[in-house]
Design a protein around this ligand. Structure first.
Ligand code: A3P
Length: 314
């Protein structure tokens, strides 16, 4: 069916083990040559590691807690650079006369023209970023989000079956994920591409698990990185705004509209939400003991003898 047509067109791109539909090739030059500004702020993440939460935090801090402005959908305030690359599935449904609103304009064009200072989201590994970032001729602020791979995988599975009409069970998806064959491909390829550059002065590592453990401290670190003053009172207000409960009911960030659209097309939508569980180590309740053991072995192999061997998130 539609899904196998789609997967057959997946290809591996670049040296960090990324996987995309071949539509990526259509946009590759545009992304490579994308003009970057020093006053941009980029949020970079492997899918499902907490980009949305981080984006909302970054945007609010950079915009002096503009609660009114934050009602504009996050996707407009904070464009997703390579969104167009992911739109092929939607275009295929459109061809099959399923009525669906498609973003016709290129997401790259949209990101190019938003007013500066721009806020840009991407899931690309370092080697696929615009050249000006790679060669250091432009030094925008880069906030890189990481999360433990087991929760990331489970979250990705729910995202796929909620928003991308995947028909796969979690145990099989975990195999796909560990084989670097999920959309965007290699978790570790993405990881090392930034970890090896974590000392760049314009790169901040933001751990999902740190945000969960101590949001006020994370907010202060990010404010410092963005050269912003923030009072204790503001930190308190922002913590409320960023809480799981308040993000869950915030239509500007919870992708309600997209879920409703998929529901209206009668494609599979589970009784779930984008802001789903928001916890650490929830994978223990969802993955089988065998899969957890495989995951632990996979993680061990990938971090053995490296500096992250003692990182608590793995
Ligand atoms: P779960 O599926 O584990 O719940 P991304 O934005 O990169 O797609 O990441 C989505 C994950 O971040 C989801 O994880 C989602 O619930 C979680 N998330 C979003 N907002 C959150 C918040 N305010 N607090 C905790 N987790 C949040």
């Amino acid at each position: 069916g539609i899904l196998s047509e789609f997967y057959n067109k997946f290809i591996r791109i670049g040296k960090d083990g990324s996987v995309f539909s071949n539509l990526y090739l259509y946009y590759a030059e545009e992304i490579k040559n994308f003009e970057v500004y020093d006053d941009d702020v980029w949020v970079i993440s492997y899918p499902k590691t907490g980009a949305t939460w981080t984006q909302e935090m970054v945007w609010m801090i950079a915009n002096n807690l503009d609660f009114e402005g934050s009602k504009i959908p996050l996707k407009e305030r904070f464009p997703f650079l390579e969104m167009s690359v992911l739109m092929e599935r939607m275009k295929m449904y459109e061809n099959k006369n399923v009525s669906v609103q498609v973003c016709d304009a290129s997401s790259i064009e949209f990101a190019r023209q938003v007013p500066r200072p721009r806020f840009i989201k991407t899931h690309l590994p370092f080697s696929l970023l615009p050249q000006q970032i790679q060669n250091g001729t432009r030094t925008p602020k880069l906030v890189w989000v990481i999360r433990n791979p087991k929760d990331t995988c489970v979250s990705y599975y729910h995202h796929g079956t909620l928003l991308m009409t995947w028909r796969v069970c979690l145990e099989n998806f975990a195999k796909v994920f560990m084989a670097d064959k999920s959309h965007y491909g290699s978790y570790w390829g993405h990881f090392w591409s930034y970890w090896n550059r974590r000392h760049l002065p314009n790169l901040l590592v933001n751990k999902y698990e740190d945000m969960k453990a101590d949001l006020p401290s994370t907010i202060k670190v990010v404010a410092k990185f963005l050269n912003k003053e923030i009072s204790e009172e503001q930190v308190h207000l922002l913590c409320n705004h960023l809480s799981f409960q308040s993000m869950k009911k915030n239509p500007a960030v919870n992708f309600e509209d997209r879920i409703a659209r998929i529901r209206s097309m009668n494609l599979i939508v589970k009784d779930k939400a984008f802001i789903r569980s928001g916890t650490v180590a929830k994978y223990k309740e969802e993955l089988s003991p065998e899969t957890i053991a495989k995951f632990d072995e996979w993680i061990k192999q990938n971090i053995a003898g490296t500096e992250v061997e003692n990182e608590y998130i793995f």
